[in-house]
Design a protein. Structure first.
Length: 198
């Protein structure tokens, strides 16, 4: 079975810092220090670290600087469609777990009269369990050509051209956009009165 390595850019930066310290302390070459650091965290080589980081970069960039979309499993667009403007990122949830969890915890508790974030109304064990149940099954996508879209309106128009379903969640530059407040539309993109996307 092939192992999949996921490593965020922040972790790579920390490993590089560790390697610089190791190089200085042991008086070894930079390359040797990188190799040692890579092996101490479970990689076979620094080359493997760099490769894993490069595979993860588009996902992180989509989340931090662009759009990341999440669809319910029953509403996933046709993955076989080569004209689909979005690309499924199978490992996005695992890679971005901590950032997604922060977004999850910041949601307002609709049952709380003061409308506090759910992080203030639920205990930490419940938060983790609900997070996994609510978002752990979602399919995450990024734009194939992020430069073509600069607003959430443009994004949703683009998705509507290729999918019957809108994403359940949209993250724009790391912030969750509440899709539930947007009105649902029919096949001609006319608003349906008193209706929401879900």
């Amino acid at each position: 079975m092939k192992r999949i390595f996921l490593i965020p850019q922040k972790a790579v930066s920390l490993l590089k810092q560790r390697a610089r310290n190791l190089k200085r302390n042991r008086q070894i070459t930079h390359h040797e220090a990188l190799e040692i650091v890579a092996k101490t965290v479970g990689f076979d080589s620094w080359h493997q670290v760099a490769g894993a980081a490069e595979k993860c970069r588009p996902i992180e960039d989509a989340f931090r600087r662009g759009f990341l979309l999440a669809f319910d499993s029953s509403e996933v667009p046709d993955l076989e469609n080569d004209e689909l403007p979005i690309e499924w990122e199978e490992y996005a949830f695992e890679l971005l777990r901590s950032q997604l969890f922060e977004n999850y915890c910041a949601q307002l508790d609709e049952e709380d009269l003061a409308l506090r974030p759910i992080s203030k109304t639920l205990d930490s064990d419940d938060l983790k369990e609900y997070f996994e149940l609510d978002w752990g099954h979602l399919y995450f996508f990024r734009l194939r050509s992020p430069e073509d879209v600069s607003s959430s309106v443009q994004l949703l128009e683009l998705i509507a051209e290729h999918s019957l379903w809108m994403p359940r969640l949209v993250f724009f530059e790391g912030e969750l956009i509440d899709m539930s407040v947007l009105p649902a539309t029919d096949k001609d993109r006319e608003c349906l009165e008193n209706s929401h996307l879900y």
